[in-house]
Design a protein around this ligand. Sequence first.
Ligand code: FAD
Length: 428
Amino acid sequence: MEFTKRWMKKKLTQKNDETDLIVVGGGAAGMMAAGTAAQLGKKVLLIEKNTRLGRKLGITGKGRCNLTNNCSVQDVIDAVPTNPRFLYSAVSQFPPQSVMGFFEELGLPLKTERGQRVFPESDRASDVIDALTRFLQQNHVRIMHGNVRKLLLEPEGVRGVVLQDGTEFFARQVIVACGGKSYPGTGSTGDGYTLARQAGHTIVPLRPSLVPLETQGKECAEMQGLALKNTAIRVYEKQKLIYEDFGELLFTHFGLSGPVILSASSHMRKMNPGVYRISIDLKPALSLERLDARLQRDFEENSNKDFINSLSALLPRKMIPVLVARSGITPETKCNGITREQRRDFAGLLKDFSIAVQGFRPIEEAIITSGGVNVKEISPKTMESKLVKGLYFAGEVLDVDAYTGGFNLQIAFATGQLAAEAVKEAES
Ligand SMILES: Cc1cc2nc3c(=O)[nH]c(=O)nc-3n(C[C@H](O)[C@H](O)[C@H](O)COP(=O)(O)OP(=O)(O)OC[C@H]3O[C@@H](n4cnc5c(N)ncnc54)[C@H](O)[C@@H]3O)c2cc1C
């Protein structure tokens, strides 16, 4: 029995020793890295803990996968608030147009939409996963489903990985592409940080980015479920205007969500209760003067109606009680009793409906994890650890994050590709 065990272990070791590179994590970065390294002649083992590859990719872009942004290298770098310079080599080597060419060569037609966002023509994220899976198969990447718990480290460098069940796999090069800590149901549960720590890396504290916001007071909860399609927002840090956007916003039981809010959140780098304020312009198409004139007309037409009953043509039903309460005008005031000053103040309120931000929703609800493996300890030219030879990092596990628009996947693909190229250059 003991002999059989030892024999099996030896066989496993011999077999595993045939592997040049182990890639941990079969997401965007890991699939790109594994396929590229194999294409360059390396024997690659990709280990993914889910039974399916690319689960997070499947939910990107609301199931349509905004896989890159058809812009210049500099524009990508400008869309990265955290450690942009670290990404320069990776994005220059594999810029958006190369990412697009890569997928098109794999038989995936693409289209570019508003804001230079690139999607598969089919509008199906699953087609992106299929294309990457084909890439792995064409290049004979071995795929294994298992949960990597530990790195095997020797003084000379990395030697392999250990799975949850104790199975060891050996290779002199390992790329950690475990993703961040957001949407843990997709498999990204922060394991990459544990592996990095084990290798002596520091982890820059994690925080959510592209995340809904909790707000102060109960007003948002009172409007829960209300979506505003064409809203302009301004974000103030204390008194300073730091961000402006236009688009869709959603009121929820905890505060604010929707595309404009997620984008705004990645500009809030000093989150603390009360530091940030969102000013919503409920009538962006009208200047203050024109809005005041409109209110004057509405109030004249409804002169004998109560104020609260005169606003249905102007505002969604759920907003009316909230705005009336904010206005300070008694709801039962007849429209002909509203003073000019009250009317102008109310117009001002519609143009600047301000909500104080309490904080971010938890990281699990964020599109992106900000923070992660400290990039000072990683070579920007190779993605290799400066602490452990043969150990590389790619994708969201690194302390880099970007705004919406396809930039985060662009980063995952570019860092995965660069790590694979570097593995090829290094000795096995
Ligand atoms: C709802 C949503 C929508 C998004 N939409 C877009 C978009 O349209 N465009 C865009 O650019 N970005 C988008 N993003 C962000 C984008 O998905 C990520 O930036 C990207 O997936 C990061 O790639 P990654 O390979 O680093 O990590 P992931 O894609 O998270 O992949 C990591 C993989 O590693 C595996 N893994 C983790 N731990 C282990 C372990 N111990 N052993 C083995 N395997 C392990 C995981 O199961 C997972 O499959 C979106 C994110 C979310 C949550």
